[in-house]
Unconditional design. Structure first.
Length: 257
């Protein structure tokens, strides 16, 4: 992995980035959350050269081994991973796992052994027999609205999930979701999509950072972009803070201005 655009104090030394595989410690330093008194919501997504956020419903065909190392590092730094219910169903989501390589770093930051997973769902139409609910290191959260089906809420709670109401209607309000997680001490937030959920965060103006992998692939077709849903009235401007490259893949970080 090469450092193309060293624009943050947290990026490893350029000499360490010369055509060698970065260690997990170097990646963790490069992607460390900023010091802040409040919450910080970052998204991690991958896109093809022609703007597809997935291929045949999944992001994996656009990814690479290095992209997955970044993916694992971002998870290891987060308090909670926020994900949409459709992505849970399509990607076969599993609970975050404890990794010995990050244990000391997490302990020093006052974090548990692994990030919690928070699933955003209005319907709670989820398979509660999946490992995400039956065997997580940290209980899985479900973010939903006050009008959610009480029977589905009870089913989720019987499965061991913690249901968090973050909206007055059937769905979740992004600002309330961020606040509800912060109230539980979960302030380093990571969302991995899907596109509809990311679009809601963008439209609500609560996304602080985007980690976008640009995959050197072309897909054509009609795949979704990384963010969907209604457009914002005025395009939101983000600033590039880091740019890395490996095997034609670009690993970018943008922060809200």
């Amino acid at each position: 992995m090469r450092q193309l655009f060293p624009v943050t104090d947290q990026t490893p030394d350029a000499e360490a980035a010369k055509d060698t595989e970065w260690s997990l410690d170097e990646l963790a330093d490069a992607y460390a959350y900023p010091r802040t008194d409040g919450s910080w919501l970052r998204a991690n997504m991958v896109s093809s050269l022609d703007g597809a956020g997935q291929h045949e419903g999944r992001s994996q065909p656009l990814s690479s081994p290095t992209d997955m190392r970044v993916f694992g590092t971002l998870r290891a730094l987060a308090d909670v991973v926020v994900v949409g219910a459709e992505t849970v169903r399509l990607e076969g989501y599993r609970p975050a796992r404890a990794r010995a390589e990050f244990a000391a770093r997490r302990a020093a930051a006052g974090q548990g052994p692994a990030a919690a997973i928070a699933v955003v769902s209005a319907s709670l139409d989820l398979d509660f027999s999946l490992p995400l609910f039956t065997s997580p290191l940290v209980p899985t959260l479900i973010l939903t609205g006050a009008a959610a089906d009480p029977d589905r809420i009870r089913a989720a709670e019987r499965a061991g999930a913690e249901v968090v109401v973050a909206g007055d209607g059937p769905g979740v309000e992004p600002e309330r979701a961020v606040r509800a997680l912060a109230d539980r001490g979960l302030r380093r937030l990571l969302t991995e999509g899907g596109p509809r959920l990311l679009g809601q965060f963008v439209a609500a103006g609560v996304l602080d950072e985007l980690c976008l992998t640009v995959s050197p692939t072309l897909t054509a077709g009609d795949a979704q972009r990384i963010a969907g849903g209604p457009s914002v009235q005025v395009p939101q401007r983000f600033a590039l803070t880091a740019l890395l490259e490996e095997a034609g893949f670009l690993y970018t970080r943008y922060r809200r201005i």
